[in-house]
Design a binder for this molecule. Structure first.
Ligand SMILES: [Zn+2]
Length: 55
């Protein structure tokens, strides 16, 4: 049984809501929609442990 490590392709800041997606070709993170707070010390939710929306 082997663990599979997934490369995150999307991340959301849990502080200001900024969203970015990873560009596989350019190897850089790009903002998808809202820019968010430029003064925010972004805290990225890339592990999926934090759920901003309560269902
Ligand atoms: Zn932020």
């Amino acid at each position: 049984m082997s663990a599979q490590i997934r490369t995150p392709t999307h991340r959301t800041c849990v502080r200001c809501g900024r969203e970015e997606r990873y560009d596989e070709e350019e190897k850089v993170w790009k903002v998808t929609d809202a820019v968010g707070d430029i003064y925010c010390i972004h805290s990225w939710d890339i592990t999926g442990e934090f759920t901003p929306v309560v269902q």
